[in-house]
Design a protein around this ligand. Sequence first.
Ligand code: CA
Length: 221
Amino acid sequence: MKILLVEDNEAIIMGLQYLLEQEGYICQAARRRREAERMVSEELPDLMLLDIGLPDGDGYQLCQTLRQQYTFPVIFLTAREEEEDVVRAFDLGADDYIIKPFRNRELISRIKNVLRRGGKDREVLQCGNITLDAESGKVRISGEEVALTKLEYKILSSMMAYPGKLFTRDEILSDIWDISGNFVNDNTLSVTIKRLREKLGDTEGKTIKTVRGMGYRMESQ
Ligand code: CA
């Protein structure tokens, strides 16, 4: 299991690398936001420990950027303990939030917990010729990768998890609200579904079926 530690304090890096390696994890450190982005693009970590205050940006921005593409778990590790900081991190897709100074055994136990939960998302969903790999965040049509926006991805992954289930427009809207923190209106949803269908080669709506006056349903074909 590889843990990427994004942290600019050398003493914390040394202490954590020692602790994590004792526990059998491989721990690499990125001291800047850009360095972290580069390292992730080269090799996906199994988990990221993320400080908020970084020399070239902050952990929130980094988390937001990463979440548009990746789904690996992110644990914030920071001295900021205000409720609004914690809420902001979770809104951006954090899996846990640990306040410094942290206790070693608690940190390890939270890491294990997040990894256990993360494991459930690792499956590859399949629906007809569409596959969705939750770990890499990649969607493929007959093996060809398609680029989806965060909204399109979220809608598709929810629906692919339950093929045949009716998703009401309200359900989808509240689901999207939860991840983006931004209000998404009914019209935006229609446009997003239209674009998603186009990208999936489903312009006739045979895969993502419209259930009139209700919502949408993923057909397993
Ligand atoms: Ca810092």
